[in-house]
Design a protein around this ligand. Structure first.
Ligand SMILES: [Zn+2]
Length: 214
């Protein structure tokens, strides 16, 4: 990978305030460019896509009080990962931290408070989004889904990420929809009794009244 990879990614971010939607689109384009620069065309995306970037060092430390952090030291970016956390979480943290490095020069401008989120919350959210885009690229996920790979655990294994990460990407790419938070449970079900605050077992609250609910 050539030495200009960070510059190659940073140039994709316009030097101005970004809406949240713009920030997410920039993150996705940067993730796609990093994969293209690395010549990687299928998952699981190796850590080398980041560890091979010049002037980026990765250290795993345990115990460590947070999942990850990044700092500039002695002419290199140093990403510190909590080595005690599960490997899949470490992969996601690595990608998240790398986006902080890309954003370093824009952080004070690009993410003004918006939509009830502080600048820091917006930056963190965008880094999470970048990590998802890098490890589970939209076209790869749609290709796998279209080829019949629609089982959550198998998709997670295919991309080397957690099931929660796959679930998030399926929602973000529109391949699945988030269940309604509050709506009619549908024809064929009725309450057996009112839920109590201490009884969390909602499976006992409904009974099936006809075959339509199957
Ligand atoms: Zn962060």
């Amino acid at each position: 990978m050539n030495r200009g990879v960070l510059a190659n990614l940073r140039v994709l971010c316009p030097p101005r305030r970004l809406t949240h939607g713009e920030a997410l689109r920039v993150a996705e384009i940067q993730a796609a460019r990093l994969l293209a620069l690395s010549g990687i065309t299928e998952g699981p995306v190796p850590d080398a896509v980041i560890t091979d970037v010049p002037k980026v060092m990765v250290k795993r430390i345990s115990p460590w009080p947070v999942s990850g952090c990044t700092d500039w030291a002695k002419g290199s970016w140093v990403i510190v990962i909590n080595g005690a956390e599960p490997p899949l979480r470490q992969r996601f943290t690595l990608a998240h931290e790398f986006k902080h490095i890309i954003d370093y020069r824009f952080i004070d401008v690009a993410y003004p408070p918006s939509m009830g989120m502080s600048s820091r919350q917006r930056a963190e959210s965008t880094c999470d989004y970048f990590a998802g885009c890098l490890l589970v690229p939209r076209p790869w996920l749609k290709r796998a889904w279209g080829n019949g790979l629609q089982d959550l655990p198998k998709l997670a294994q295919h991309f080397g990420v957690s099931q929660a990460a796959i679930q998030t990407r399926l929602l973000q790419t529109g391949l699945i929809q988030r269940p309604a938070r509050c709506s009619d449970v549908g024809r064929g079900w009725r309450f057996l009794r009112l839920p109590s605050l201490v009884d969390k077992d909602t499976s006992t609250l409904l009974e099936q009244t006809d075959a339509m609910a199957l």
